[in-house]
Design a protein around this ligand. Structure first.
Ligand code: CA
Length: 297
């Protein structure tokens, strides 16, 4: 099995980043990831003013997937997400959902034992997930801290082992990268960080040729989820909704009006990204009402 070291870190999704590994569809690949704070914080006495923000929210890669071409879909099977035995949460003044409040910079080290994160005296079951995962855009570069049609810093708590992510391919080889593992995270990641942790992610890629999704699509056991984003939560919700309505029209041959009505019955809007400049909302459609074919064309 190929292993990519966590030292192979990038801070943007871009064609300018040379591949650090080549894989074929179906091959297993393990990528090691540094925590989203670049491993800089080792103790609760750490002074956040000292942090080098240029080393934050990196992703391991890029990985060149052989046979991937513009206009294809890269399917990423997340087979396993392992974490280190401790992570770190920070609050940073002027950040998070309550960015307008006055509060102090603060660091908490969270031990991870037997599948539980220990926060003060409260034990919370871990659910390791990938915060940042994506591919190179067609041109230019997108910081790994941002999100978009290429994926990126989506912070979707359901991007866990056992799920599959479909990403549009914009460049030859896709140039995939991932990082920013959280031992667990709630939707919205309120304070701007979760249990940021170093990890190891086991992946397998496959390709769907000549078809591409408009937005990244997450497949769980019982749902397809359209991972949209926008400049505000309202805009992201509208984009996710429209994408779901169009997919339902395609699936059932419904008019816009019918598909829009059905959305009220069956499609959940969930917030994933509330604390970065771009906001992420996902439209969650139960598999009984939609097939992949209607989401990728
Ligand atoms: Ca993140």
């Amino acid at each position: 099995m190929k292993v990519v070291s966590r030292s192979k870190v990038v801070y943007s999704f871009s064609l300018k980043n040379s591949p650090v590994e080549y894989v074929k569809p179906g091959e297993l690949i393990m990528i090691e990831t540094e925590d989203a704070l670049g491993g800089q914080i080792r103790s609760e006495n750490y002074l956040l003013e000292k942090i080098d923000w240029s080393m934050v929210n990196g992703a391991t890669g890029p990985i060149f997937v052989e046979g991937a071409e513009t206009g294809d879909t890269l399917a990423v099977d997340i087979l396993d997400v392992k974490t280190a035995d401790h992570g770190v949460i920070v609050v940073v003044p002027k950040n998070g959902v309550l960015s307008s409040k006055n509060f102090n910079a603060s660091v908490k080290i969270v031990k991870i034992r037997d599948g539980f994160a220990i926060f003060d005296r409260v034990r919370v079951k871990t659910r390791p997930m990938i915060g940042t995962i994506g591919v190179s855009p067609e041109a230019g570069e997108i910081p790994t801290g941002s999100l978009g049609r290429h994926g990126g810093n989506m912070d979707v708590k359901k991007l866990t082992a056992g799920t599959r992510l479909y990403l549009p391919v914009f460049v030859e080889g896709a140039l995939f990268a991932a990082g920013d593992i959280h031992a667990l995270q709630a939707d919205g990641e309120l304070c701007v960080s979760s249990v940021e942790v170093a990890g190891e992610v086991l992946l397998r890629f496959s390709l769907i040729k000549n078809k591409t999704p408009e937005w990244p699509i997450l497949e769980t056991h019982d749902t397809f989820e359209i991972l949209a984003c926008g400049e505000s939560l309202n805009e992201a919700a509208a984009i996710a909704t429209e994408s779901a309505v169009v997919a339902l029209m395609r699936e059932h041959g419904w008019s816009f009006e019918e598909a829009y009505m059905f959305g009220s019955i069956a499609v959940d809007l969930e917030i994933n990204q509330a604390v970065d400049p771009k906001k992420g909302v996902r439209a969650v459609i139960p598999k009984e009402y939609i097939t992949l074919n209607s989401l990728i064309k």
